[in-house]
Each structure stands twice: as structure tokens, then as C-alpha cells.
Design a protein around this ligand. Structure first.
Ligand code: SF4
Length: 230
């Protein structure tokens, strides 16, 4: 019920004028390949296990991905890459994620994004980032203390995860730990050390160029599964 209430409020959020205009315009104009589909065109909630041990923090919905399908990392190439990797390491039921109701399910894992509405060029402004941050804080507070590992995708997800973890009581070192692929830090939180892992974002910019390979992705997600005793 707590998640249902959170999602009800989230999907009605219109706090960022530029993103509201963009998400709705993309949903009206569509891409030719999806002309027959009804786009979601709203904020995209977190998705996966309601009581996860692994929380994966991404950047923001893709205009023709989650902004179309309504499910995070579903229907675009970043999501294809991420779900295939989650499946290989045993955290997803299927290697693909195409639409809500496709049979996909995550095991002990939940995906959330730092910014919940699709931004132009996948780039939220600092103001939009900060305006959306309380949604992540609220979701994280609901998920703790069950979360045993946080995986941040890209520098943006890393910064957002550190901010949210600090706000829910984790001790974040100063200066803040720097993002990198495979970086692992421990944040003291309520008498334990919560691991935060960095992973390059699985966007085509990284995967097509070979900056992020399947093996590199599997290593970080597999490490998360080990730490979470999955
Ligand atoms: Fe609301 Fe976040 Fe979307 Fe801004 S990005 S309108 S704060 S849900």
C-alpha cells in the first residue's frame, strides 16, 4: 500500500515544466515505429521487487523507452542491455523487457531512476534533478532496511544515490567518493555498512563504443548479487 500511494502521487507530478512539456509532446508526436501505440507520457515509477535487496539507480526514462511503455528501462536499448545482464546473473526472469505484462520479473531487485520524467537529450538540468530528488528519497526510505546493495548506473545515478542515501541517514564521506566502473564503497547506515557499486550506464553511447562490455556489466551486477546473498 505504501508503494501504491507513492506511485499514485508520483504519476501525477508536474513539478518540472520543461519535462512535463517534453514528455507529453513526445507522447503525442511519437516515433513512426510506434505510431499505433499509446505512449505513457508521465513520470515513471520504480519497478521490480517490492522488498528488494538490490536497488539499481539509473538516470531518467528514455523518450521512446519508458516514456512510451510506462515501465522503467523497458523498450529501449539501454534497457535491453540491462535486462539481458540481469538475466545472465540470475536477477531477472527473462533476458528481454518489452512491455508491461510481458512476463518479466526481477528477483530481489528493483530499478529506480534519479529523475522520473524523460528529459530532452537524456539531460535533466540541475534544478530538475533537485526537484525530483525527494521521490527517490521517499522510495529509498520505504525500501530500507531491506536493501543490502545499491548499484548506481553512471555518474548521474551515482551522485543521486549518494545524495539520497545521505538524506536517509547514511554517512557519506567528504569529499564524496568518485564514480567509476567497478568502484565499491561502504556507507555506514544504522549500524551496518551498505555497499554502493558503480557501473557505467548501459546507454548505447557506452555499449556501442565498447566502453561498457557485457562482461563488465555482469561483473558489477554479479558482485551485487553476491553481496546481497542472492
Ligand atoms: Fe515530477 Fe520528477 Fe517528473 Fe519533475 S522529473 S515532473 S519532479 S516526477
Amino acid at each position: 500500500p505504501a508503494f501504491a500511494l507513492l506511485e499514485d502521487r508520483l504519476v501525477g507530478c508536474r513539478a518540472c515544466p520543461r519535462l512535463v512539456e517534453w514528455r507529453e509532446r513526445v507522447a503525442r508526436e511519437k516515433r513512426a515505429a510506434y505510431a499505433d501505440e499509446e505512449y505513457w507520457g508521465r513520470p515513471v515509477p520504480g519497478w521490480g521487487a517490492p522488498d528488494p535487496r538490490i536497488l539499481v539507480v539509473g538516470l531518467a526514462p528514455a523518450a521512446h523507452g519508458a516514456n512510451r511503455t510506462g515501465r522503467i528501462f523497458t523498450g529501449d536499448r539501454s534497457g535491453d542491455w540491462l535486462f539481458a545482464a540481469l538475466h545472465r546473473v540470475g536477477l531477472a526472469a527473462l533476458p528481454t523487457s518489452t512491455h508491461a505484462g510481458d512476463g518479466q520479473a526481477l528477483h530481489g531487485t528493483r530499478l529506480v531512476s534519479a529523475v522520473r520524467c524523460a528529459p530532452p537529450d537524456n539531460k535533466p538540468t540541475p534544478t530538475e534533478r533537485d526537484t525530483c530528488a525527494p521521490w527517490l528519497d521517499e522510495e529509498l526510505a520505504l525500501l530500507l532496511p531491506g536493501v543490502e546493495v545499491v548499484v548506481a548506473l553512471g555518474a548521474f545515478g551515482w551522485a543521486a544515490a549518494l545524495t539520497a542515501l545521505g538524506r536517509v541517514g547514511a554517512e557519506v564521506p567528504r569529499p564524496r567518493p568518485r564514480f567509476g566502473h567497478g568502484v565499491e564503497v561502504r556507507l555506514p547506515l544504522d549500524g551496518r555498512d551498505l555497499p554502493l557499486l558503480g557501473c557505467y550506464h548501459p546507454s548505447p553511447h557506452n555499449t556501442v563504443t565498447g566502453r561498457l562490455t557485457e562482461q563488465m556489466t555482469d561483473e558489477v551486477l554479479g558482485r551485487a548479487a553476491v553481496l546481497a546473498r542472492m
